[in-house]
Ligand binder design. Sequence first.
Ligand code: PEP
Ligand code: MN
Length: 337
Amino acid sequence: MIIVMKPGFTQEELNEVVKAVESRGAEVDKIEGVATSVLGLVGDTAYIDPDELLTFKCVEKVLKVQEPYKKANKLFHPEPTIIDVNGTKIGGGHLGIMAGPCSVESEEQVVLIAKAVKASGANFLRGGAFKPRTSPYSFQGLELEGLELLKIAKQETGLPIVTELMSVEYLDRFVEDVDVIQIGARNMQNFNLLKEVGKTKTPVLLKRGMSSTIEEWLMSAEYIMSEGNENVILCERGIRTFETATRNTLDLSAVPVIREKSHLPIIIDPSHATGKRDLVEPLAKAAIAVGADGLMIEVHNNPAKALCDGKQSITPETFDEIMKKIEVYTELEGATI
Ligand code: PEP
Ligand code: MN
């Protein structure tokens, strides 16, 4: 539910409306929008009678929000959210380019890749320390050692770190060491994990579940936001369809659909979406052209020998070419990296 206030209301009038809402068991979310005249109601609004709210002189109108997500809803926050990761921004025309190896394999590897992607224009280092592998016999990541190596690469380059958290067990370590906590596709509906990252202030990169609808994805964002952490970046990484030519099917329409429904930034991961390195360039271009707020791209110095996702990994040289080729699309969109 949204309360649109009449212009020129006083603080006392506002307090009375807030009191009435809270006494019925709901909460008033931040006041946003034009001339700070809109109140968003969250929580249980079942006992709130819109007609009663209309009896307050300062209330212009009361709108019902049809969608089950509230804090993630554009109606609650009409302006695009810009997430500030210690000075690097994503959203509202600021592109986040996250690049790095699927798995951190050694200090030499991650530092080399970090330096290369930075020189090409990436503004985040993305590397996996804890890897959610389909097979228990596949390389599971260097885990805490991988996290230490990411920190070294950050020290060497200044690039903020994005890495996946799979269990609440390591949440405190991640809050301490990581700039953006990635929640992977397989954990998009791990609601306990979502609630716990929601209790922190660390920005969260929420990947779309491989068989999740956009509404389910936004409800997962709502889980994080409802706990107080509103720094959520969405990442489309392809969905399961009948098509087998690519690893997944990249749902590019998710970008304009999310734009219509939510204020949260959304980036595209063409690497996991296709599973094929030759498709990374065309879909990276398309992602920027369709209005995405950034990209996540897997880069490896020796893709043939990568311990994870080598087939979709591109070399630092190819990454450099792609970065040059997307410049024109970035300019057309009026965006900056
Ligand atoms: C990843 O980003 O390394 C990853 C495993 O991706 P996803 O969760 O999208 O499958
Ligand atoms: Mn990967």
